[in-house]
Write a protein that binds this ligand. Sequence first.
Ligand code: CAA
Ligand code: NAD
Length: 294
Amino acid sequence: IRRGFSSSIIKNGVIKNVTIIGGGQMGAGIAQVAASTGHTVTLVDTSEDILKKSRKGIEGSLKRVVKKKFADKPEAGEEFIQNVLQNVSISTDAGASVQAADLLLEAIVENLKVKQDLFALPPVSLNTSSLPITDIAGSTSRLDRFGGLHFFNPVPMMKLVEVVGTSTTSQETFDSLLNFSKALGKTPVSCKDTPGFIVNRLLVPYMMEALRLHERGHGSKEDIDIAMKLGAGYPMGPFELCDYVGLDTVKFIIDGWSAKDPHNPLFASSELLNKLVAEGKYGKKTGEGFYKYK
Ligand code: CAA
Ligand code: NAD
């Protein structure tokens, strides 16, 4: 498996077949964009039920894209949706799914151990929000083929991809990842393998400070959200954004950083965040977080 998968990248330098492990909000979004730009995608998760939900999510998002893109041509829009869906197959067998892949992209939970276990498989790229790429790469023998591709939620809308090279990522792999990002219609930026890369290193401390500001009694969450939207031009306030990203993910990120650098006040935790996560209120994806949905 390892040889077949890796050599296709080296031979062609062009990524056509993509296997994505993790069909949650990020994995499904990346699958949608890759399939929409002519790539063949295999989406892998732990159960058929989850994968059916992923497909439904992709279809729903495609409908929104098409409503704008094919506003005057609904039939062409429907054809586009069907073509894109045909490019996505689903599987619960990660091992078998990587055989024909030029790129294996991981988008599972933000948990180092779970990610490391997965990368007993031959890896190339991953979508971690906060974990050092090098730590995850520890469990693979193909360090030259390993790098980071960090997408943003919602993937169909957000134009950025952070491409992360480690000290062992080969130039060829890095260039393939840059070119793949461009082929998806995204704008790549090059990042070092530092905590949070660029965006999350700035965004997550900002979101956490909003939570702490609220906990100090210095503003309601509604007022803080309104203030940042109308006063700073952000499309969402920090509480809305936490709910959108997923409170479990935000907690994984901040706890991970705090464990490594416990005295950094930027990485201090939030009781409110911990409480909501303990109650299973992860935000939009579970129907409730700081706000209620549905
Ligand atoms: N799929 C397809 N189209 C979508 C979409 C999706 N998931 N979400 C929004 N759209 C499009 C649709 O055309 C939609 O119109 P309809 O509702 O009629 O379909 C249009 O955008 C407008 O959407 P909304 O009315 O819902 O709201 P909006 O104008 O506020 O746009 C948004 C939504 C693009 C998400 C915007 O609010 C935004 O940019 N929010 C900030 C997102 C952000 O900061 N993301 C980064 C998070 S951090 C991260 O991802 C990194 C990490 O590791 C944690
Ligand atoms: P999610 O909870 O929506 O999806 C994670 C999926 O991974 C689930 O469907 C789960 O069943 C699956 N999974 C878990 N372990 C698995 C395994 N061993 N094999 C196969 N599938 C497995 O999470 P998400 O928001 O899509 O985030 C996924 C990754 O992307 C995380 O590392 C996160 O930090 C990162 N990320 C998230 C955002 C965001 O805004 N949510 C943005 C960028 C990057």
